[in-house]
Ligand binder design. Structure first.
Ligand code: SF4
Length: 124
């Protein structure tokens, strides 16, 4: 079966066809190796950068934005959402602070994507 997808690695947006031939994935339409790597991963184990928010205490902001340190498997997205529902951070929070280390034993951390001061420090 041939898959057709648009490469999202760079703005050129090449249309790439991917298919399997005798156990090997082959690509056509990509203009560079990065597109081939992306396309094969997309049909074998698609991944996405994960962004969300978690509950935050000690600040006027009630949620803190978080991001994965690298792309997680699409099949893990809802598991990560469930885990983050039970996370409560205390302000202050610092940019890139690790919120959950090695989530789902993936080697990927969930980190804060901004700094947030405590209420008392907010008027500094
Ligand atoms: S295949 Fe290469 S040139 Fe084409 S969109 Fe992907 S990264 Fe860009």
């Amino acid at each position: 079966m041939k898959h057709e997808l648009t490469c999202i690695v760079c703005p050129r947006g090449c249309r790439i066809q991917v298919w399997e031939e005798e156990g090997v994935h082959r690509c056509e339409g990509n203009q560079c190796i990065r597109g081939e790597v992306y396309a094969i991963q997309e049909v074998t184990e698609p991944r996405r950068m994960f962004t969300s928010t978690v509950q935050l205490n000690g600040s006027q902001l009630k949620r803190c934005p978080v991001v994965s340190s690298s792309a997680i498997k699409k099949t893990d997205v809802f598991k990560v959402v469930d885990i983050l529902e039970n996370v409560v951070l205390e302000a202050p929070v610092f940019l890139n602070q690790v919120v959950i280390k090695n989530i789902l034993e993936s080697g990927i951390d969930i980190i804060a994507s901004r700094s947030i001061k405590k209420d008392a420090e907010a008027s500094d």
